[in-house]
Design a protein around this ligand. Structure first.
Ligand code: HAM
Length: 489
C-alpha cells in the first residue's frame, strides 16, 4: 500500500450501516415526549412495561410470523449463535481426548474422566435439543439417546469392583462416542428480532405468566430489524411501541356461554384499539384513519382461501407476476396488492365478511358495536389481511398524514393460539405495534417541534475567586431543577 493510500485509509470516515441512523437532539426530545406519553396512556389502561432481548432463536419467528412471510423468508438478520461454537469446541475436544486415551493403558481414572466429560457434553447438547437450540430431528434424538445409553452402561461397568474390559471394548466405546457426537447436527441460529409479539409470547410462557391474574397486559418499546429496501419511513433498524394482551384459557373452568366469550373478546379488542387511538389523540397526530377487518378463524378461513384461489385462477392471466405466484403460496396476500392494473379485478373478488363462520361473524359484529360505544370511528376494509401468519379474526391498521406510501403507523390484530403454537397453554392474544419512526415523521410533517432545550441560567463569572463561587452556585441551582450553563472561561 502506498503512503498516500494508507493515509487516506486512516482518515476513512465511518458511516452508519445502510438503513440505520442516528437520532440526535433536539429531535430526541420529541422521541422522549412520545415515549413518555405512551408510558402514561398505557399505564392508565393497566399495562405494565416488559423489556425483551433483541436476539431470539430464529425458530421462534419462523414458527410464529411464518416461514412464507416476507419478514421471515427475506428480511431477517440471522447468524449462528455462540452456543453452537461452545458445543463445537467441546465436540472437538472430545475427539482429541478420545485420541489421546487410545494410546493410554486402561487406566480407570482416565476412563472416569472421559466418561464425565462426555456426560457434560451430552447434557449440554440434550438441553439445547429440548429448547430447540439445535434441530429437533429424529436423527439428533437418536444420537443423543445412544450417547446417553453408552455412557450409562460404561459408568456401571467402571463402577463394578471386579471391573474388567479389553482394549478393543474401550476403543470401540471411544470411537462410537466420537462418531455419534459428530453425527449431531448443531445448526442453532439466532436472529435480530423483526417484531416483538413472538418475543412477548415466548416471555409469557418462559416466565409462567399464566399464573398471574388474567389477562396480562404488557407493552414494550425498542428497536426491531428488517432487511428492507430503505426509503422514507422504512428503515432496517426501526423502533416499535408494542402492546399485547394475553389471557390463558382456563380449561378447568365451567365452559362459558360462547356468545358471552365472543363479546368479552370483542370488548378487549375494542379497548386495545381505543387505547392506541387515545394515545394518538394525546399526541395530536393528524389525519388518523383506522381500518378494521376480520380474517376469520381456522374453521372458516381455509374455505374462503380455497374459494379465493379458485376465483383468482380464473383471472390469472390478467394478474402481475407477484400475484400469480401468490395464488399458490398465499392468495390472501393478493388482496394487499397496490398494482394499479389489478385494482378493478380485486374489487370483484369474493369478500371474507360474506364467508365468516357464525362465531367469527358474531365476534366481528361485537367489535364494531364496542368501537361504537367507545366513539372510535373506523373504516371497514375487507382487503386488510396483514403480512404475518399468526392473526385470526380482528385485524386493524392505522394510517396518518404526511407519510407517503409508507403510511401505516400502526398494525395489529388478534392471535388466539399463538402461545400454544410456541409450546404454552391455550391462550388468547390481541395487540398492536406502532412504528415510532413513522409516528415521529408524521408529527414533524404537521409542524410538531420538539421542546427547545431550555437554559434557565447563564453564569457569567470573572476572575479565579468568582469561579469557585460560580461552580457552587451552578450546583445549587441545578439541584433546584434549573438548567444552568457555566462557561469554563
Ligand atoms: P407490522 O405491521 O409488521 O406488525 O409492523 C407494525 C408497524 O411497524 C408498521 O405499521 C410500521 O409503522 C412499523 N414498521 C414495520 N416495518 C418498518 C420498517 N422497516 N421501518 C419503519 N417502520 C416499520 C407487527 O410488527 C406486529 N408484531 C404487530 C402486532 C403486535 N400484532 C399483534 N401484536
Amino acid at each position: 500500500m502506498s503512503e498516500g493510500t494508507a493515509k487516506k485509509e486512516e482518515r476513512r470516515k465511518f458511516q452508519a450501516i445502510r438503513g440505520t441512523r442516528d437520532l440526535l437532539p433536539p429531535e430526541t426530545a420529541l422521541w422522549n415526549h412520545v415515549e413518555q406519553t405512551a408510558h402514561d396512556v398505557f399505564a392508565s389502561y393497566g399495562f405494565g412495561e416488559i423489556r425483551l432481548p433483541i436476539v431470539e432463536q430464529t425458530e421462534l419467528f419462523r414458527r410464529s410470523v411464518g416461514i412464507d412471510t416476507d419478514i421471515v423468508s427475506k428480511e431477517m438478520f440471522t447468524f449462528p449463535e455462540d452456543f453452537r461454537e461452545q458445543l463445537d469446541l467441546k465436540r472437538d475436544f472430545l475427539a482429541v481426548r478420545a485420541r489421546e486415551l487410545r494410546n493410554q493403558l486402561l487406566a480407570k481414572a482416565a476412563m472416569t474422566s472421559f466418561i464425565s466429560f462426555t456426560s457434560e457434553f451430552v447434557d449440554l447438547a440434550g438441553s439445547a435439543f429440548s429448547r430447540g437450540q439445535i434441530p429437533q430431528t429424529a436423527e439428533n434424538k437418536d444420537s443423543l439417546d445412544q450417547i446417553y445409553s453408552r455412557i450409562l452402561s460404561w459408568e456401571r461397568k467402571v463402577e463394578r469392583k471386579e471391573f474388567q474390559c479389553t482394549e478393543q471394548d474401550w476403543f470401540l466405546f471411544l470411537s462410537d462416542i466420537v462418531l455419534l457426537a459428530n453425527r449431531l447436527e448443531i445448526g442453532g441460529l439466532i436472529s435480530l428480532r423483526p417484531e416483538a409479539t413472538a418475543s412477548v409470547c415466548r416471555a409469557y410462557i418462559e416466565n409462567n405468566m399464566q399464573q398471574l391474574p388474567q389477562p396480562v397486559r404488557l407493552y414494550t418499546i425498542g428497536p426491531m430489524f428488517r432487511r428492507e429496501r430503505p426509503q422514507k419511513g422504512r428503515y432496517r433498524q426501526f423502533y416499535q411501541i408494542d402492546a399485547e394482551v394475553l389471557e390463558t384459557v382456563r380449561t378447568d373452568a365451567v365452559k362459558q356461554d360462547s356468545t358471552k366469550e365472543l363479546n368479552k373478546d370483542a370488548a378487549v379488542d375494542a379497548e386495545v384499539i381505543e387505547m392506541v387511538m387515545t394515545f394518538f389523540e394525546k399526541l395530536e397526530l393528524q389525519g388518523v384513519q383506522l381500518d378494521i377487518n376480520s380474517i376469520g378463524c381456522h374453521e372458516c378461513r381455509p374455505k374462503y382461501v380455497e374459494l379465493l384461489r379458485a376465483e383468482l385462477q380464473k383471472v390469472k392471466d390478467r394478474l402481475g407476476a407477484d400475484s400469480q405466484r401468490r395464488i399458490e403460496t398465499n392468495p390472501l396476500r393478493v388482496l394487499d396488492s397496490k398494482l394499479e392494473s389489478e385494482q378493478k379485478i380485486i374489487e370483484k373478488l369474493p369478500r371474507i365478511a360474506d364467508h365468516l363462520c357464525k362465531d367469527c361473524a358474531e365476534h366481528y359484529a361485537a367489535v364494531k358495536r364496542e368501537l361504537g360505544l367507545r366513539r372510535v370511528s373506523y373504516h371497514e376494509n375487507w382487503r386488510l389481511v396483514r403480512g404475518l401468519d399468526y392473526y385470526m379474526r380482528t385485524t386493524f391498521e392505522i394510517t396518518a398524514k404526511g407519510l407517503g406510501s409508507q403510511n401505516a403507523v400502526c398494525g395489529g390484530g388478534r392471535y388466539d393460539g399463538l402461545v400454544e403454537l410456541l409450546g404454552g397453554p391455550p391462550t388468547k392474544g390481541i395487540g398492536f405495534a406502532i412504528g415510532e419512526d413513522r409516528l415521529i415523521l408524521s408529527l414533524q410533517e404537521s409542524g410538531k417541534m420538539p421542546a427547545a432545550t431550555r437554559r434557565d441560567v447563564y453564569i457569567a463569572w470573572m476572575g479565579e475567586k468568582a469561579y469557585a463561587a460560580a461552580i457552587r452556585a451552578a450546583k445549587t441551582l441545578r439541584a433546584a431543577g434549573l438548567s444552568v450553563e457555566l462557561p469554563p472561561e
